[in-house]
Design a protein around this ligand. Sequence first.
Ligand SMILES: [Zn+2]
Length: 263
Amino acid sequence: MQDTPPSVPDFTQWPSFPFEGDLRVKQLDEPVPVEPPRRGEGHRECTACNAPDEAYIWVGERWRVRAMDRPTGLPMVLILESRSHLDLGDLPNLLAAELGVMTVRLERAIRSLDGVARVHVNRWGDGSAHLHMWFLARPYGRLQLRGTFLSLWDSILPPISEAQWRENLAMVAAWLAEFGGRPLAEPPRIQWQAPSSLAAQSAGEAVEEPEEETASVIEAADEIPEAEVAEAPATEDPAKASTPGEPEEPEEAEEPRRTQAPT
Ligand SMILES: [Zn+2]
C-alpha cells in the first residue's frame, strides 16, 4: 500500500460530481482474507425472504418489487427481487430469462412517469445475498445528474413530495399488474379536509413504518462497509414497504413453463 494517496481523479471536476472543495483520496485498508457473510448468507437472516408481500408495491409468482420506506430525492427508486433466495449468477434459465423481461418492463414503467428522463439499472449485491436490482429514475432536464453519481444525488436532493411519490408508486404497480401479479401500492387518498388541516393529516397518515428501513440507495447496507453495520440491528435493510397491502388474494394460477430463453 502506498503511503501517499494518489491525487483526486478528474471526475471530481465533472459537473455531475456532487461535491466541491478540497478532497483527498482515502487510504485503503488491507484486504481481508475472508469476507464477512452478507445478509442471507451464513448465519445472517435474509431480509428479503422474511419480508411479507405487503412490504412490496407489486408481487408476482416469482418476482417482487419494493420501494424505499419514504420519498427520496429521485422521482423513483425501486428494487426488483426474485422470490427465490438466489443471487444473480445462480439464477436458473427460467428466472434469468424472466429477469430480462422484468427489467425491461420495470424500466418502461418508471420511464413513463412524468418528469423521468432515464432509468438507471444497477446491481451491487454487497449487502445482501438475495438478488436485488436497483432502478433509479433520473429527473428530466437535470443534466448534472447524468451518470454514475446518480445514486449519491438521491440522498443529496430534497425528497419529492409524499403525494407525488405515492402516485408514482401506484402507477408503476398498476403498470406491472397489467402483465399479471398483484399491485399493492395505492394512489394517495383524496384529502377532503380544509387546507389548514392537511399538513397534520398527511403526517398522521404516513405509512406504517417498517421496523427496518432503507432511506436511500446510498444508505442501504449495500453501500455501508460490513464492519460498521453488522452489529447495529437498526440499520437498514433494504426497504420494506411503502404501502400497506391489501388482504391476500389467491395468486395467479401456476404459470406454465416458459421457453428457456428469450428469442
Ligand atoms: Zn433470501
